[in-house]
Ligand binder design. Sequence first.
Ligand SMILES: Nc1ncnc2c1ncn2[C@@H]1O[C@H](COP(=O)(O)OP(=O)(O)OP(=O)(O)O)[C@@H](O)[C@H]1O
Ligand SMILES: [Mg+2]
Length: 230
Amino acid sequence: MSQPTLLQHDRDAAARQAERTRIARELHDDLGGNLIAIKMALARLAARVPADQPGLAGQAGYIDELVDRTIETVHRISFGLRASALDVGLAGALAWQANEFARQTGVIVITHCTDLLTPEPAPEHAAALFHIAQEALTNVAKHARATQVTLTLEHDGGELTLAICDNGCGIDPAARTRPHAFGLRGMHERASALGGVLSLSPAPGGGTMLTVKTRLAPSVAPAQNKKQNE
Ligand SMILES: Nc1ncnc2c1ncn2[C@@H]1O[C@H](COP(=O)(O)OP(=O)(O)OP(=O)(O)O)[C@@H](O)[C@H]1O
Ligand SMILES: [Mg+2]
């Protein structure tokens, strides 16, 4: 059986994650919304329980408690589904994030992942890089006025390079050190925690290029990314 192409792998991974996210959204919005409506209707009903019916008031209190617990469960399950973007591996998670970003903002995103990551980076390593990419994309949406973003993940000789390059207005040097801007600071901190380096530079033709270089620290657990063993 031939290996799937990288593009196909990314597409499958992105499609799986998109489906999990859809279920999470429906659980949260639909089921969660109905539970809130039940809670409010119950409160209206409970307010009409006559004072000489303490048993009924107690029942209403019990139902209200059950609804609260169910709301909490729905939140927990939908958060779990969303938080698992990295289940599909770093390259797949980035591809999914890039698709989401393009869908939400209308900005064209070109994704280059030159290699399937074998082994996958350790989960916290992958999570840090994923969060850096998320904040970089958020910054593009908030500040860059870009029409196109290129997201690249390269693996070369044990070194991982993540680059996010936009064709927007470029970063004003003074803006980088704004005291209340935590995004860039957080990204630098995440990169150094991995023993890596984050740099910002003008992109060719305008815009901003954000690059993170770090060693690939493989997961101790067996790689989660799909190996075709059959
Ligand atoms: N891709 C980009 N293009 C243009 N300007 C940018 C870009 N990324 C960041 N900046 C500039 O750098 C500043 C600092 O970014 P940073 O992410 O630290 O803060 P923020 O996005 O303003 O706020 P926060 O991330 O704390 O919500 C931004 O306010 C913006 O002026
Ligand atoms: Mg920011």
